[in-house]
Design a protein around this ligand. Structure first.
Ligand SMILES: Nc1ncnc2c1ncn2[C@@H]1O[C@H](COP(=O)(O)OP(=O)(O)OP(=O)(O)O)[C@@H](O)[C@H]1O
Ligand SMILES: [Mg+2]
Length: 146
């Protein structure tokens, strides 16, 4: 049973609010005294995931659950999906537009960075049917109730 579940709406192309869900989760984990290193890894993954929904995806959500030995984050959207997931996972691969690149995005580092910072990552996507990224972080024991 999850001790705590949160879910946040992510609006496609909304660069103003992009990243807000990750900040809320980071604040939550800090307040529950989770390991700062773990909290940082979760926040990095959340941020990269949110940015991908905002830039490449459709409207979506970030949901987060705290279990006794792990944290689960799911970022999903109903956008165009990823054509070639293996390619998308490669460092440097990006379909970001010139406009996104001018904003400083499009290095093709987001998914590789998520893979590096999470203990497990599963990317599910079907062309035309959106994308779902599921991340697991092992806590061993976590927070005040661990
Ligand atoms: N939610 C998504 N919907 C559709 N395509 C996606 C989604 N997330 C990632 N992609 C595809 O995978 C590619 C790689 O994503 P990744 O996050 O690694 O790099 P990026 O977003 O292009 O650049 P960066 O994250 O470094 O700013 C994207 O360019 C895009 O083609
Ligand atoms: Mg990205």
């Amino acid at each position: 049973m999850a001790a705590l579940k949160k879910s946040y709406y992510i609006k496609s192309r909304d660069f103003i609010r992009a990243g807000e869900a990750s900040i809320k989760i980071q604040t939550l984990l800090k307040s529950l005294n989770f390991d700062p290193q773990l909290t940082r890894r979760v926040a990095i993954c959340g941020y990269e995931g949110e940015m991908n929904v905002v830039m490449h995806g459709g409207d979506g959500s970030l949901s987060f659950a705290i279990y006794p030995h792990e944290l689960i984050m799911e970022i999903s959207d109903d956008g165009p999906g990823i054509v070639d997931i293996d390619k998308a996972m490669q460092t440097g691969f990006s379909t970001a537009s010139d406009e996104h690149r001018e904003m400083g995005f499009g290095a093709g580092m987001g998914l590789p960075n998520m893979k590096k910072n999470a203990d497990e990552i599963v990317v599910d996507s079907e062309r035309g049917h959106g994308t779902r990224v599921r991340l697991v972080f092992f806590t061993g024991k976590g927070g005040d109730d661990g």
